[in-house]
Write a protein that binds this ligand. Structure first.
Ligand code: HEC
Ligand code: HEC
Ligand code: HEC
Ligand code: HEC
Ligand code: HEC
Ligand code: HEC
Ligand code: HEC
Ligand code: HEC
Length: 330
């Protein structure tokens, strides 16, 4: 009975706000603010907080008038989607917030690129598709505005001082978990040995790897980069690793469209394949590297239409791995 009264009272408030009368509590959820997650003030002073039945007060035809891209897909998928974008409204804690109901190979196949048998499922080597909870682990409060923004669209994890400081790059996000001594509760990584990149890659990124903070010289004998990349460019983890789907192990991208974000558009959008066999990473490296002076069979086609790296067909890992300081490293 008390509940019914609340609902009636709230419906009146809804009607009033529809007529432009505002109780001063609304407006926290909007594209402009970038926040979609409901708070305890939902419904004016919190009268709608913890109420699970969105349909009781929000008719599908009356919502999302200003967000055309979202309006259509929400109508198609229905009320089970609400918590995906607006949070759980303080209830239904055991229900997953739905993401893959929209982000799947039929509805939004390229936002993000989902094809492939490996994805970042938080268990190395696993071959299952991502589930809703895993999406939320990395994107707790996305605003779904069609623009990827580091500090809005990625979950804020603590840094080495246990502070949730903002990210300056995607790589910083990865390193909040992939490190030896300041990992996240619930996402502990042990690693095979001391030098396993799963835990050693933070050190490698800051102090050793030339794709990280340590600069390459650009003076080596096989030097040369394709347009979009220059020496002293810090290369993002996700330029080489795909989070959402790839056929390669270690989450190496299987197509230029899934990474190499700075690469000249014409080359990137030719959709060069990346297939890795027995440690031969040449189809990955050749996306960005093209030696200027051809030496040592550097004109051998790698198999994806591009050439310009040495040792094609051999196991690159004897000389190029994360954290490798001698030889040429990574
Ligand atoms: C894909 C993300 C997404 C989903 C799913 C979604 N919403 Fe929204 N919703 C938004 C965005 C974005 C806004 C902000 C619109 C604006 O700024 O005008 C919004 C705003 C609203 C608003 C306030 C203003 C308005 O536009 O009407 C209500 C009420 C609302 N949503 C209810 C719902 C309900 C109920 C569901 C489930 C049927 C739902 N939303 C599902 C993204 C979503
Ligand atoms: C009992 C009625 C009621 C229920 C149930 C209800 N809401 Fe609301 N909701 C309201 C009212 C009333 C407002 C508008 C308050 C205002 O405009 O100030 C509102 C506002 C919103 C807004 C905009 C909030 C803002 O800060 O701008 C969103 C988004 C929203 N509701 C989503 C949902 C979702 C998702 C559910 C289901 C989990 C839900 N509502 C359940 C009554 C309800
Ligand atoms: C391990 C963390 C992680 C997981 C798990 C994850 N993502 Fe992402 N997501 C990222 C990062 C990092 C980016 C930005 C770089 C990129 O696009 O690869 C991103 C980008 C995106 C984008 C923007 C793509 C674009 O082209 O603009 C969407 C959409 C997205 N993710 C949705 C999802 C969905 C849906 C799931 C679950 C099926 C999911 N993500 C799981 C980390 C993750
Ligand atoms: C009702 C369908 C729907 C649901 C449910 C949904 N999304 Fe989205 N999402 C979209 C659409 C549509 C876009 C792209 C908007 C555009 O391109 O205009 C998007 C964009 C994104 C982006 C890209 C960044 C941005 O701001 O556009 C991320 C990340 C994302 N969604 C993650 C998620 C996660 C995580 C969930 C579950 C918690 C989720 N989405 C639930 C429809 C949905
Ligand atoms: C919230 C913590 C967290 C974040 C953020 C995170 N990872 Fe992971 N990552 C893990 C865990 C946990 C594993 C599994 C470790 C294991 O199985 O021992 C993993 C595994 C991996 C693997 C191995 C996958 C395989 O199948 O071999 C790669 C590669 C990887 N992460 C790269 C990244 C990149 C790149 C980013 C940033 C875009 C990132 N991770 C962000 C926690 C995280
Ligand atoms: C996304 C583009 C990209 C991919 C893919 C890529 N690289 Fe690089 N690489 C660069 C950039 C940019 C630099 C320069 C970085 C700097 O100076 O800080 C670089 C630098 C290097 C250097 C140091 C060069 C010097 O002059 O000191 C080596 C060695 C190297 N890469 C090897 C590889 C190998 C091996 C692969 C494949 C496993 C690879 N790269 C894949 C972009 C890429
Ligand atoms: C026997 C060790 C060895 C193997 C195996 C090897 N490399 Fe190299 N690579 C090197 C050395 C050493 C250099 C740097 C030469 C110099 O200092 O001028 C280098 C340089 C490079 C560079 C040049 C980066 C730049 O911009 O200067 C690329 C790209 C590269 N290797 C790719 C590959 C690929 C792809 C494979 C596997 C198919 C591979 N390498 C296998 C030792 C090796
Ligand atoms: C230039 C491309 C490139 C970049 C940039 C890059 N990686 Fe890698 N990563 C590789 C290659 C190639 C391997 C496989 C060889 C090896 O193990 O070193 C690998 C292996 C890994 C592994 C081991 C996966 C496993 O299951 O054994 C992890 C974890 C990883 N990278 C994380 C990261 C993180 C985090 C970043 C950003 C800080 C990053 N990588 C940046 C190319 C790259």
């Amino acid at each position: 009975m008390k509940n019914n009264m609340t609902i009636i009272a709230l419906m009146i408030i809804t009607l009033l706000s529809a007529c432009g009368v505002n109780d001063g509590q609304s407006g926290t959820v909007s594209v402009e603010s970038g926040n979609l997650i409901l708070t305890a003030s939902h419904g004016g002073n919190g009268a709608a907080w913890r109420l699970p039945d969105c349909a009781a007060c929000h008719a599908m035809t009356a919502i999302h008038e200003k967000v055309e891209n979202i309006r259509r897909i929400v109508r198609k998928k229905g009320y089970t989607t609400c918590s995906g974008c607006h949070g759980r409204n303080g209830s239904n804690e055991s229900e997953p917030r739905r993401c893959v109901i929209c982000h799947n190979n039929n509805d939004l196949p390229h936002t993000p690129w989902l094809q492939g048998k490996h994805a970042h499922t938080f268990t190395a080597g696993e071959t299952t598709l991502l589930n809703d909870d895993q999406c939320v682990d990395c994107h707790v409060a996305s605003d779904m505005n069609g623009l990827f923004e580091l500090n809005r669209d990625l979950t804020g994890y603590t840094d080495n001082t246990q502070t949730v400081s903002g990210y300056n790059s995607i790589s910083e996000f990865c390193l909040r978990c992939h490190n030896r001594d300041h990992q996240q509760t619930g996402f502990e990584i042990i690693g095979g040995d001391f030098n396993d990149p799963l835990i050693a890659v933070e050190d490698a990124f800051y102090f050793i790897d030339q794709h990280g903070i340590a600069d390459g010289t650009g003076l080596r004998i096989y030097a040369g980069l394709r347009p979009g990349y220059e020496y002293r460019t810090v290369v993002a983890c996700t330029d080489c690793h795909a989070m959402h789907g790839t056929d390669n192990t270690r989450l190496i991208i299987d197509n230029s469209l899934k990474g190499v974000t700075r690469l000249d558009k014409a080359i990137r959008e030719t959709a060069h394949r990346v297939t890795i066999k027995n440690g031969d990473y040449s189809q990955l490296c050749v996306l960005c590297h093209q030696m200027k002076v051809i030496l040592d069979d550097g004109d051998l086609e790698t198999g994806n239409g591009l050439s310009g790296v040495h040792e094609v067909g051999s196991d690159c890992r004897t000389c190029h791995t994360h954290g490798e300081a001698v030889q040429a490293g990574l």
